[in-house]
Design a protein around this ligand. Structure first.
Ligand SMILES: Nc1ncnc2c1ncn2[C@@H]1O[C@H](COP(=O)(O)OP(=O)(O)OP(=O)(O)O)[C@@H](O)[C@H]1O
Length: 318
């Protein structure tokens, strides 16, 4: 659905040339839901703008929904939906009218636009609001209307740029539930950007991390987390002496590494905490030691970013 080869974009500025996107190779198949992550200035928006034909590449090539972005931008536009960071809707029209006009703009007949608008209003739980002015909706409702606008012409591929920014946690969760449901119903391929790592982790099957204009990691959230030096296991014993004895017992478990103690606790890393935990507990138990608590901390996507770049995505994001 998306294939880029050595895609690049430079900008000439007064102080020199900025390489916003460099040699980007990206392949996204039909039906995938991919989160595009990276700190400010990483090149996410520039990539999205090239893929949606809003900006011409300065090098390389990109095919989107089977059409070349340079040779056939109209073909690309007909097949994609794009929901940008600003509100697409809100020109003083009623919600339903706004959707119908958008459908007409994409060449749907009046009847088609009406029935598609009704379908989307129901899908996005906006049906009671069809006679409300689009500008008078709440932030979450407005965002759902933006998404409906992006889907009016049944695109095969939907681009969502920071869809949940500015929404409260409840509206964010609600929006993601809607996106997931739409995708299930229509099989739409979705490429989204977000600053919220926990959301990318929960929603996307695949995460592409970009930094300085290039892809630095690509995989399922679990695969990416597997690149970090493993899960952190913390065992709390009753005393410092017990902690030292437990640490000695744990050292003997082949897959445990980076074992150390802090007061009455033992900390260690293992590749798969859930799989190795029984063995660790047996080793401690064999020494007659009692544990008060056991915790397994799976690395977060932010730990992945920190490991890959030495910077926290969370810190550089806002
Ligand atoms: N029109 C432009 N002129 C000059 N430089 C630009 C222009 N657009 C983007 N850039 C630069 O290109 C780089 C990539 O910007 P881009 O907006 O793609 O990043 P981003 O990952 O989307 O960031 P954000 O998370 O802040 O939206 C940045 O260094 C930015 O300053």
């Amino acid at each position: 659905m998306i294939h880029t080869r050595e895609l690049g974009r430079t900008f000439k500025t007064k102080t020199g040339t900025v390489e916003a996107v460099r040699s980007l190779d990206l392949d996204i198949g039909a039906g995938e839901l991919v989160a595009f992550l990276g700190p400010n200035g990483a090149g996410k928006s520039t990539t999205l703008r090239m893929l949606t034909t809003l900006l011409l590449p300065t090098s390389g090539s990109a095919a989107v929904a089977g059409c070349d972005v340079v040779a056939d931008p109209r073909g690309v536009r007909r097949r994609i939906g794009y929901v940008g960071q600003g509100h697409a809707a809100g020109t003083g029209q009623y919600v339903a009218e706004e959707l119908i006009s958008q459908g007409r703009l994409y060449g749907l007949s009046k009847a088609e636009a009406r029935s598609r608008a009704a379908e989307l209003l129901a899908d996005l739980e906006l049906e009671g609001l069809d006679k409300r002015e689009a500008g008078h909706l709440s932030g979450g409702q407005q965002r759902r209307l933006d998404i409906a606008m992006g889907l009016i012409h049944r695109p095969e591929l939907l681009f969502l740029d920071e869809p949940s920014t500015g929404l409260d946690p409840h509206s964010r969760a609600n929006l993601w539930a809607h996106i997931a449901r739409l995708r299930e119903r229509f099989g739409t391929t979705i490429l989204l950007t977000t600053h919220y790592l926990d959301e990318a982790d929960g929603v996307a099957e695949r995460v592409v991390v970009i930094d300085h204009g290039s892809v630095i990691a690509d995989g399922t959230p679990d695969e990416l987390k597997g690149k970090v030096s493993g899960d952190l296991v913390t065992l709390e014993t009753g005393s410092e002496e017990d902690a030292r004895a437990a640490a000695a017992a744990v050292e003997a478990v082949p897959s445990a590494h980076s074992v150390d103690t802090a007061a009455a606790a033992v900390r260690l890393r293992v590749d798969r905490g859930d799989a190795v935990l029984p063995e660790i507990l047996r080793a401690v138990d064999a020494r007659g030691l009692e544990l008060r608590t056991v915790q397994v901390h799976r690395p977060s996507l932010d730990d992945v970013f920190l490991t890959l770049t030495g910077r926290s995505l969370r810190e550089s994001a806002e």
